[in-house]
Design a protein around this ligand. Sequence first.
Ligand SMILES: C[S@@+](CC[C@H](N)C(=O)[O-])C[C@H]1O[C@@H](n2cnc3c(N)ncnc32)[C@H](O)[C@@H]1O
Length: 246
Amino acid sequence: MTEASILFLRACLAVLASPIYLLSFLGIWEPFCKKVFFPFFLEKFFAIHEKKTNKPKQELFRNLPDFKSPSGELKLLEIGTGCGANFQFYPPGCKVTCTDINPDFQQGLSKSMDKNKHVHYERFLVAPGEDLHQVPSGSVDAVVGTWVLCSVHSVNGTLKEVLRVLRPGGAFYFLEHVAADRSSWKHFWQQVWYPTWKLVFNGCCLTREIWNNLEQANFSELNLRHITIALPWMPVQPHIIGYAVK
Ligand SMILES: C[S@@+](CC[C@H](N)C(=O)[O-])C[C@H]1O[C@@H](n2cnc3c(N)ncnc32)[C@H](O)[C@@H]1O
């Protein structure tokens, strides 16, 4: 019965979003989404989202300076940087390498860089989280990924690369929206939204239980909390936040 309801509601949403499905069928939607819609949406949406995540992010990144290397430097690599929503939380003088699969965030990214002059921007790499081969093994003190493990093709592959580029004792900071409790209505609606959401929002998957991937990755220490971020009417309220030490 539940399966049938999910399929029925998915079909209803697909009808409502049929112009997007048609554009996708014609091969037009994905390049448009990547170049125009998603960068525009992300910049506007994150202005709202920022207000909700400001406090948890401040708390999350508070101990970033503890992971400075013995020379006193903090080399940080961000995966799926998008428009650079996290730069404001990085400590002064921190050396940041930005990576993303989408090079079309330049406008939002430049604005964020101009606002956050306390950070030293080293380079921008167009690279997927699953393949950071331009970054030497054990070369960074911290890796940051927020709202990115929902979209990568392989969460385990990305965590493997994160562990490779981190120096021993370095840390991976994360804030991710995740699957709701399987017995909840929120999970039901996440399943209903899943295919249309993934198409509209550039591959974003709503029902990933990312805490399992983090628990099974070979970090020596995992600090993880489940929190809810109040985004009314959106199927992305359950989150995990924390950091894992190599
Ligand atoms: C929802 S946005 C979040 C952006 C930013 N991290 C933030 O919190 O504002 C997801 C980002 O992940 C990027 N992305 C998607 N798949 C990726 C992959 N396989 N490797 C690296 N980045 C990826 C997207 O291009 C996009 O910039």
